[in-house]
Design a protein around this ligand. Structure first.
Ligand code: PBG
Length: 310
């Protein structure tokens, strides 16, 4: 009877699994602050993507991890770069898998910032040009969706224009429109080795105290051609998810980030919470707030719990 009147559904089909890919062969390098998640070499990634798909999760979000970094983050738009090769490999083996790529420079710059630095400050417009090159190289490799996570102004419009010009009108843009300057990205920065070597990201990421600004960012990105907009982190920003969904009517994604995952894992490992119940509650709350789909490191595990119905 409770099922008949339930207002919100949560299925494996609503989830996206983030994955880290690195260069090198036969490697599976655990990330200590993200229990259960590893940096994978391409063959391992392809195999694990197959397991994600088999669990009912339709999409993966790829992040590259490399030790080859420079000032401009040029590894991010190398046609033979790790993400580009990974996209081709996944598409070859699992053509029906939706492949989303993170478009940013921070994992590839020597200074760890999400853009090109001029006098110690990120130069927005130069960065937008570089990001557009990254998006094109991902599209050429076969990505279905590119997801710019840098928070520069005007990057969605530039990426959309250049994708169309280069013959990729069907590649969609999932914009990290409301990405906050959050303390919950810590474990991710270990995974991608992308912590800024000086300063922080407050020049380009949103102030956690603001939500009008998040709505304005989402509206701008949609006007520039974004197909869906993302709120990140998710759990502490459900009001923002709800506002953006109501005020734009566009597809909205919520990203349960690395720190949110690690906290649940740590509490569960200590026996302080019931992991399965707590995770499914956190995810259904995101759907209740209005998220159409959810990026979560728990995707594959949650899919298993959902299908066993226990
Ligand atoms: C890159 C990027 C970050 C995350 C996704 N893309 C980190 C950051 O802004 O430092 C965070 C993801 C997570 O914590 O799971 N710009």
């Amino acid at each position: 009877m409770r099922g008949l009147v339930r207002e919100t559904s949560l299925t494996a089909g609503d989830l996206i699994q983030p994955m880290f890919v690195r260069t090198g062969a036969e490697l599976r390098e655990p990330i200590s602050s993200l229990p259960g998640i590893s940096r994978l070499s391409i063959a391992e990634l392809v195999e694990e993507a197959g397991q994600v798909k088999a669990a009912g999760v339709p999409a993966v979000l790829l992040f590259g991890s490399t030790s080859e970094k420079d000032e401009a983050g040029s590894g991010a738009f190398d046609d033979e770069g790790v993400v580009q090769m990974a996209v081709r490999a996944i598409k070859e083996t699992h053509p029906e898998m939706v492949v989303v790529t993170d478009v940013c420079l921070c994992g590839y710059t020597s200074h760890g910032h999400c853009g090109f630095l001029r006098d110690g400050e990120v130069d927005n417009d130069v960065t937008v040009e570089l990001l557009s090159k990254v998006a094109i190289s991902h599209a050429e490799a076969g990505a279905d969706i590119v997801a710019p996570s840098d928070m520069m102004d005007g990057r969605v419009g530039s990426i959309r224009y250049q994708l169309d010009e280069e013959g990729h009108p069907g590649v969609a843009i999932l914009s990290y429109a409301a990405k906050y300057q959050s303390a919950f990205y810590g474990p991710f920065r270990e995974a991608a080795d992308s912590a800024p070597s000086s300063g922080d990201r407050s020049g380009y990421q949103l102030d956690p105290a603001n939500s009008d600004e998040a709505v304005r960012e989402a509206l701008l990105d949609l006007e520039e051609g974004a197909d869906a907009v993302m709120v990140k982190p998710a759990g502490y920003y459900l009001d923002v998810v709800e506002r953006i969904k109501k005020e734009t009517g566009a597809p909205v994604a919520a990203y349960q980030v690395s720190g949110e995952y690690s906290m649940l894992k740590a509490a569960a490992a200590n026996g302080w919470i019931d992991e399965r119940a707590a995770v499914l509650e956190s995810l259904v709350s995101m759907r209740r707030a209005g998220a159409d789909f959810i990026v979560t490191y728990y995707a594959r595990e949650a899919a298993g719990w959902l299908s066993s119905g226990t």
